[in-house]
Structures are given as structure tokens and as C-alpha cells.
Design a protein around this ligand. Structure first.
Ligand code: PLP
Length: 391
């Protein structure tokens, strides 16, 4: 096969998993950065949860479901290389909830400043915008090229009044990969904490929280971990977590959870202090199914395939006359490819009518391939986009 990008077919060996993702039977799915496709292993795990619920009811908590939560924390801890494993992982229902728990645990008296970037997902900003009237200063670092944010620009915004720097590992509207190790360094130079929103990276590119030296990192099932909505992970370094007292809490955050004492808080000594209430077990099981793929293939192999697909997609759309907005250096690109279009919502409808699932963000159509995609998907999606009447 002649490849538009010159990509080696060897790097594309994961298409064998495609048959386990039924959406490909009648659609081309190119929207993993919004929602990972449903795999049969996730469906089977959710069915297993329903069967246990039906046959055992609450008695399953003690010997099955409790262990499922720990298994999930343990397996996720391995994916991001958490030094203390499950103890450094808190479960949450959404990134927003996990961020709120952290936002409510910081002492802003001497350090009222929080630094984010203009390319971060807005729910990151909202945690602190909601506190501006309480004296929090939110500093938004701009992106000169609207693709990435230079670490130097972040460094200039951080000072001794900064409590926290939050930015993304992969920017959601450009796919550009941020150098989070350097972000952590410039943050720590002023004694501030560094929290990374890695929702668009964990699962598609390797993440090593110890090597990066970040204090906290949030990611979850929705996209590249193939776990669907309702399950999110907050990694927090143990040495940091034990010094932060959450200002919102719940019984899952308590070491003496089953003492049922309404008079005393007994926070866990680790990241689990940020947990609130009963996790959604259906989401937990869907995520356990998703991790079967991620663990079996391994993130480095996923990255190799997905990077090759990304380069192929970029070459394919360029050959058709489009000018995708992506990072200039291939090693800074991830599997999110933005294509400027005059009416992106209309383009997405046109693609959908042709059986192609993509998404739009302001000014752009957004394609995001994953290991289950093949180059033919790119050809079909590009031809369909080019066939839009007003194009
Ligand atoms: C990078 C990033 N962060 C956060 C979110 C939203 O998080 P949640 O809906 O879990 O609060 C998204 C989109 O779903 C995202 O792309």
C-alpha cells in the first residue's frame, strides 16, 4: 500500500483490535479525544457488574467491589508510574470534581495566585474563577501561536505569591504536547505546586509522574483510557497529599470510614483523602475493561502506532489541500488534528451523514485517531470533508 506519509506499515499492527470495537462495523470513528470507542471488553465488564449486583446485592461490596476499586487504583498507578501505587490515586467522578477537591485544599493567604494557560480546558479555570471574589488571582498565560505555550512564558508568570500552576499535558484544541517536567521545575523554583490536566494524554502517550516531578495529575476514562464517562483519577504525590486538608470531604476520604463517627475527621494519609462519596461502580467496571486493552498493548506501543497514524492523517489532509493546525515538530504532536473550516458544525454534520464521526471546536473540525484506526479511515474522512458543497 502507498502511504501518504511514508509511515511504516509495521507501526500499524494494532488494527487487529478493531474488530472488538463494534462502532467500526458501520462507521469511521475519529473522535477518541471526545470519547473513546466502546470495546467489547468494557461491555463485558459492565455486564459482569450488573450480574453481581443482581445476584448478590450489597453483599458484593465486601469481597468483590471493594477489591475492584483497589485493583483500579493499582492498575492506574502503574500506568502513570506512581511511586506509592494505589495510595497515591484518588477516584473521582469527573475532572471538575477532582480539581475542586484540590482547589479547596490550598492555603491562599500568602499565595493567592493560580497560574493556568489560555489553551487549558476551561473547567480548569472555573475552579479558581469561582474564587476570585474571595481574593484569588487567576493568571492566564497566553499562547503566542495558539498551538502551545512556551514554558518560559509560564515561568515568567510564577512568583513567590503563586500557590499552584495548572496546565495540560496535551492541549485539547491543538494536540500539542507540553513539557510537563520543565513546567514542574519552573513551578517548584518558587515553591508552588504543579497540577497537570492529563485527560488528553494518559492512555495515548506515556506518562511518568515520578520522572516529570509533578505534584498532582488528573486523567480519566472518557477518552484515551477507553473507560467511558464517570471515572477519573487524581494522582497526588504522597508527601504533598498528607499536608493538604481538603475543604470539601466525604466518607470515602476518611481512614476511619466505618467508624461512622460524625464528630471527627480522620483523613487518609495520602491521595485518597480527596475522595468524596460512593464511586459509580458501572463506570469502575467499564474502566477495568478499557484497561485490559491499555495494559495488554502497553502505552509505548499505543504511542508508536498512534503517532504513525497522526502523521499519516496530517499528510492525507494536506494532500487534499487542507492546512491542519498542529505543532510544527512531529514529536510535539499527539493524536488530535485540527482542520480549519469556515463552518465546522456543518462539516461535522456532513461527515456524520457520510458515516464519519468527528467533532468541532471553534473554527475547526477535529479528528483524533487511536490504535484501532486504519489509514483507510483517513482517506474516507478526508474525501468526505473535501466533498462538502461549500468547500
Ligand atoms: C483536557 C480536558 N480536561 C477536562 C475536561 C472535562 O472534564 P470533566 O467533564 O470530567 O470535568 C475535558 C473534556 O472533556 C478535557 O478535554
Amino acid at each position: 500500500m502507498t502511504l501518504a506519509s511514508g509511515v511504516q506499515p509495521r507501526a500499524l499492527g494494532l488494527a487487529k483490535y478493531r474488530g472488538e470495537f463494534p462502532i467500526f462495523r458501520d462507521r469511521v470513528y475519529l473522535n477518541t479525544c471526545s470519547l473513546g470507542a466502546l470495546g467489547e471488553r468494557s461491555r463485558r465488564k459492565v455486564a459482569e457488574f450488573l450480574d453481581i449486583w443482581q445476584s448478590r446485592g450489597a453483599s458484593a461490596w465486601y469481597d468483590v467491589w471493594w477489591e475492584a476499586l483497589e485493583d483500579l487504583r493499582r492498575r492506574y498507578g502503574r500506568i502513570v508510574n506512581a511511586a506509592e501505587g494505589p495510595a497515591e490515586i484518588a477516584l473521582a467522578p469527573s475532572i471538575s470534581v477532582a480539581l475542586s477537591a484540590v482547589a479547596e485544599s490550598l492555603d491562599y493567604k500568602k499565595r493567592p495566585k493560580v497560574v493556568i494557560t489560555s489553551l487549558d480546558f476551561p473547567t480548569v479555570a472555573y475552579q479558581w474563577l469561582a474564587k476570585v471574589r474571595k481574593g484569588i488571582e487567576l493568571v492566564v498565560v497566553e499562547s503566542p501561536d495558539r498551538i502551545g505555550v512556551p514554558v518560559e512564558a509560564i515561568a515568567r508568570a510564577v512568583d513567590d505569591r503563586t500557590a499552584l500552576v495548572v496546565t495540560s499535558h496535551v492541549y485539547f484544541t491543538t494536540g500539542a504536547i507540553q513539557d510537563i517536567k520543565r513546567v514542574a521545575q519552573v513551578t517548584h523554583a518558587h515553591g508552588a505546586l504543579c497540577l497537570i490536566d492529563a485527560y488528553q494524554s494518559v492512555g495515548q502517550i506515556p506518562v511518568d509522574v515520578q520522572d516529570a516531578g509533578v505534584d498532582a495529575l488528573v486523567a480519566g476514562g472518557l477518552k484515551w483510557l477507553l473507560g467511558g464517562p464517570g471515572i477519573v483519577f487524581l494522582y497526588m504525590r504522597q508527601a504533598v497529599a498528607r499536608h493538604l486538608e481538603p475543604g470539601i470531604s466525604g466518607w470515602f476520604g476518611q481512614r476511619e470510614q466505618f467508624a461512622f463517627d460524625p464528630r471527627a475527621l480522620t483523613f487518609h494519609d495520602d491521595a485518597r483523602r480527596f475522595e468524596l462519596g460512593t464511586p459509580s461502580l458501572a463506570a469502575v467496571y467499564a474502566q477495568l475493561g478499557g484497561l485490559e486493552y491499555i495494559d495488554e498493548i502497553g502505552v509505548p506501543a499505543i504511542r508508536e502506532t498512534t503517532a504513525a497514524l497522526t502523521e499519516d492523517l496530517i499528510a492525507t489532509v494536506r494532500a487534499a489541500g487542507f492546512t491542519p493546525k498542529v505543532a510544527p515538530e512531529p514529536e510535539r504532536r499527539s493524536a488530535i488534528v485540527m482542520i480549519p473550516m469556515p463552518d465546522p458544525a456543518a462539516s461535522v454534520r456532513h461527515l456524520a451523514a457520510g458515516g464519519i464521526v468527528a467533532d468541532s471546536r471553534p473554527g475547526h473540525v477535529r479528528f483524533s485517531p487511536f490504535f484501532y484506526n486504519v489509514q483507510e479511515d483517513h482517506v474516507r474522512a478526508t474525501e468526505r470533508l473535501a466533498s462538502q458543497p461549500a468547500h
